[in-house]
Design a protein around this ligand. Structure first.
Ligand code: PLP
Length: 387
């Protein structure tokens, strides 16, 4: 099996991730910081190390302002629902994943907030000028995906962050596809809320993720409960991270996430990203001149693209192509809308979607050669059967 669906979740993980989780889960998996005995205190230290490692990766000066969540969806919901008040206006884009779109749509439909959705260029890039032009006196938040999960296009979050700061707006970045691949600096890029997931390019297990909450933001907790500290307090403590971290965390998963992030830091985000970009470039060059394919997103030489390529074989449903790749060639890719219908409306692939190929750090040039050959063979057999 050739796995090329790393934008959905990275697989396989570095061996350290499996190794450290297995050892911890078998030998030392006590509930962190809740009992006072050594094993529990050690588990707590493990979690705090994960928090520090992540804060270091994202340039966050105060690790305690980075709270753990189940995934990016959880983090984004925590941010949007914990922040927005009746009458607020939000600027977002049509490129967003449903993790951003749906919470905003539902608040909009309830009449709580108003939303402006900025459209990207035909290649999938957002112009900060369009965000600037959408600001109203009621605007409170700009919510922007860093890397599109359909096109791979990377948005100028630094420019948008500066703009938001200058206009005294809050800035939420959905880094589900970019954390671990692109440099992110919450201080330098003026990011107030950074939502990330652990199981994609941070190379950790599912059920891990987080939200960095900058010093300009106070969120209402949307999950209240035990924190293991300040238990006499009748309500959720004010202190971070406890304010937003009620309940037992996924402490086994967080051990794996630490190992994943350490692998990323040791290897370097630049090296990991360039490897994936080179594979996408190889694919674009191999399929680029073949008129039977529609390739979406920027050209091969584009630097600001994550290792994701959406394509279609003309005249074929992407779901059918995905099934043939799986069943006849042993190649796993994702077909459909990828939870981002707005992006497909922009690029003209709605409602059927695209075939999305997303190599990871452990894929090789040969994997890409195989998928290109398979796609050409499918396109040829389609042409023959329609004769
Ligand atoms: C851009 C983007 N945002 C958010 C998410 C949601 O991530 P998770 O499913 O880990 O919550 C995804 C997942 O595919 C994504 O690609």
């Amino acid at each position: 099996m050739i796995y090329l669906d790393n934008a959905a979740t990275s697989f396989p993980k570095p061996s350290e991730v499996y190794g450290e989780m297995d050892e911890f889960f078998r030998e030392r998996a006590a509930n962190p910081g809740r009992a006072g005995y050594r094993l529990s205190t050690e588990a707590e230290k493990g979690i705090e190390t994960t928090r520090k490692v992540l804060a270091g990766l994202f340039g966050a000066r105060e690790p305690q302002r980075l709270v753990f969540t189940l995934n990016a969806t959880d983090a984004i919901n925590m941010a949007i629902k914990g922040l927005l008040n009746p009458g607020d206006h939000v600027i977002t884009t049509t490129l967003e994943h449903n993790a951003v779109t749906r919470p905003l749509n539902s608040l909009e439909r309830q009449g709580v907030i108003t939303v402006t959705r900025v459209r990207p260029s035909p290649q999938g890039f957002v112009d900060p000028g369009d965000i600037k032009g959408s600001i109203t006196p009621k605007t409170r938040l700009v919510a922007l995906v860093h890397a599109s999960n359909v096109l791979g296009t990377v948005q100028p979050i630094g420019d948008v962050g500066w703009l938001a700061r200058e206009k005294d707006l809050l800035f939420l970045v959905d880094a589900a596809q970019s954390a671990g691949l692109w440099p992110i600096d919450v201080e330098g890029q003026c990011i107030d809320l950074l939502a990330f997931t652990g199981h994609k390019s941070l190379l950790g297990p599912p059920g891990t993720g987080g939200l960095y909450v900058g010093g300009r933001v106070e969120l209402r907790p949307w999950r209240e409960g035990g924190t293991g500290v300040d238990s006499q307090n009748p309500v959720q403590p004010e202190d971070m991270p406890f304010r937003l971290e009620g309940g037992t965390p996924n402490f086994v998963g967080l051990v794996g996430l630490k190992a994943g992030v350490e692998f990323v830091s040791r290897t370097g985000t630049d090296k990991i990203r360039r490897h994936g970009q080179a594979l996408i470039s190889q694919l674009l060059h191999t399929l680029g001149d073949d008129k039977r394919f529609t390739l979406y997103g920027p050209p091969p030489e584009a630097e600001d693209r994550s290792p994701i390529l959406s394509l279609n074989i003309k005249g074929m449903e992407p779901q059918v192509v995905g099934t043939i790749l799986d069943e006849s060639f042993g190649i796993a890719v994702r077909s459909g809308l990828h939870c981002a219908p707005g992006t497909h409306k922009e690029i003209g692939s709605f409602p059927q979607g695209t075939v999305r190929i997303s190599p990871g750090f452990f894929n090789t040039g040969d994997d890409v050669t195989q998928v290109a050959l398979a796609l050409k063979e499918i396109a040829s057999s389609m042409a023959e059967s329609s004769r």
